[in-house]
Design a protein around this ligand. Structure first.
Ligand SMILES: Nc1ncnc2c1ncn2[C@@H]1O[C@H](COP(=O)(O)OP(=O)(O)OP(=O)(O)O)[C@@H](O)[C@H]1O
Ligand SMILES: [Mg+2]
Length: 476
């Protein structure tokens, strides 16, 4: 027994000795300045733009097996249920080997290097490469090319996890302008109930845009494509944005205009987006009508033209959503500023059938002719409303379809034909949002009234005119 203890202590001493001498040796090397340090900041401090090399280095480092050996590694859940992602912790160092040389990358965060006078960058992030001077001349150039190639590969394989960025009001206090979370929205063009011809046209529009870099350059135009998605609430505009991002494998930058303090801040937000991203501004008509943003109309025009981000020469998709474009300055929507207008209508019979197939697994049903007739008489509901009823009654397709029929007869009368919505004034219908949350129990007409009282309240609050316009063709 004592022999075991002695052995254990001896091993521990040996281990401590080795790790100490390794650190001591590194310290001696540092003392003699045999290393050189190269910094890759997240932002270019002069132009304030995102430094694309930072993103590539980040992708590359997170693909290295040696990330497991870092002293402090962050574990995050991945895209799939049992995926675990390893992330280099803040202010941690990772080792890499290339052409026989060993290099070190330090993940510098919350650094205040004193050189930055701009408070926004006092908390700047950077990767710092530590490389022996003797190795630098030999390997630096091919090593950086290798990093580029690996990062491009990861991006092209679509293995990269997408992220959803949201602007923060904290930039003024020294924080970053964007905060991000993993983007896991499951919506695809396939799951959306829309005309399949329209979906195909949008897909091929996006694909041909992606191939057109030289063409845009030759014309001297910013390589961007802008979409306007407009239509009543609950018709799938936000879901469509998610489907676009999933189709393109692009990150999403969602701009909340109420948190943008000035025109120049809006410019900086755009500058600090990465290429291959979808930049989204939701409910633009509401912000313009209520004047609930500090951004001026000319600031908005400049932003939409993407002038400030033109120098990066990389593709960008911009999407604006609105309930109605009726009261919006036509100048804002002129060709070139908005390239594609897509109308999102209330449900028709074809969309209803797609939803019945997706939500209930029903392609044909004896109640379909009755549903078709009601739609033909001008009744309609939004896909969101119909979707909720189908989810609530998903165990019984017949009950689900009957619920839709009842809702169309009692609540959807004339909505498809353009009559304005009449708001419920019943006492039990508006103040009970819980009724919406408890969707599983929605089988009775009374439940439905509560549900639609809530929906109508939301609709009328947000867009009094959303159902009154006769809409032009969907994609122009
Ligand atoms: N065309 C559709 N096909 C399938 N599901 C849909 C469709 N439209 C809406 N939904 C469902 O309805 C819900 C609300 O949709 P979404 O948020 O995309 O609507 P929206 O048009 O952005 O509404 P708002 O104007 O209120 O923001 C989502 O859960 C979505 O799955
Ligand atoms: Mg939306």
């Amino acid at each position: 027994m004592p022999a075991m203890v002695i052995l254990f202590v001896a091993l521990a001493v040996l281990f401590l000795f080795f790790s100490f001498s390794k650190k001591l040796w590194r310290g001696v090397e540092d003392w003699f300045h045999v290393y050189q340090f190269l910094k890759v900041p997240q932002h270019n401090h002069t132009t304030l733009q995102e430094n694309h090399l930072y993103r590539k280095v980040s992708l590359y480092l997170h693909s290295l097996a040696s990330i497991e050996d870092s002293d402090f590694t962050t574990l995050l859940t991945g895209k799939k249920h049992n995926d675990i992602l390893l992330c280099l912790g803040p202010n941690q160092t990772i080792q890499d080997r290339f052409l026989g040389a060993t290099v070190f990358w330090h993940n510098q965060t919350d650094a205040d290097d004193g050189a930055d006078q701009n408070p926004q960058f006092n908390r700047a992030r950077a990767f710092v490469l530590k490389i022996r001077k003797v190795d630098k001349r030999r390997i630096l150039r091919p090593y950086l090319q290798h990093i580029h190639a690996v990062a491009d590969d990861i991006e092209q394989q679509g293995n990269r996890d997408l992220r959803l960025f949201m602007n923060t009001a904290a930039a003024a206090q020294g924080g970053g302008r964007w905060r991000s979370v993993p983007f896991t929205h499951p919506c695809t063009f396939e799951t959306l109930a829309m005309e399949s011809d329209l979906k195909n046209r949008v897909k091929s529009d996006l694909e041909s845009f992606l191939r057109a870099k030289q063409y845009y350059n030759r014309l001297g135009r910013v390589w961007k494509r802008s979409f306007l998605l407009y239509g009543p609430s609950g018709t799938g505009k936000s879901s469509f944005v998610a489907a676009m991002a999933n189709f393109l494998r692009y990150d999403v930058y969602d701009i909340d205009l109420s948190k943008v303090p000035s025109d120049s801040d809006l410019k900086l937000l755009l500058l600090q987006t990465t290429p291959k991203s979808v930049v989204v501004v939701e409910d633009l008509d509401r912000f313009l009508a209520e004047k609930s943003t500090a951004v001026s109309p000319s600031g908005m025009l400049n932003f939409m033209d993407g002038v400030v981000s033109s120098c990066c020469g990389e593709e960008k998709v911009m999407v604006f959503t609105m309930n109605s474009k009726e009261h919006v300055d036509p100048n804002l929507l002129r060709p070139g500023r908005i390239d594609v207008h897509i109308h999102f209508p209330l449900c028709d019979f074809t969309a209803f059938k797609t939803m019945a197939n997706n939500y209930l697994g029903v392609k044909e049903h004896k109640l379909f002719p009755q549903v078709q007739e009601i739609f033909q008489n001008g009744a309609s509901l939004s896909p969101a409303e119909i979707g909720e009823l189908m989810i609530a009654n998903r165990n019984s397709p017949s009950r689900a379809i009957k619920s839709v029929i009842t809702a169309l007869q009692t609540d959807g009368d004339g909505r498809g034909s353009g009559s304005p919505i009449v708001r419920h004034t019943g006492e039990d219908d508006v103040d009970e949002p819980d009724a919406v949350m408890c969707g599983e129990g929605l089988h009775t007409v009374k439940d439905l009234r509560k549900l639609y009282g809530f929906f109508r309240l939301k609709n009328t609050r947000r867009s009094p005119s959303s159902n009154t316009s006769s809409m032009p063709s969907p994609l122009r």
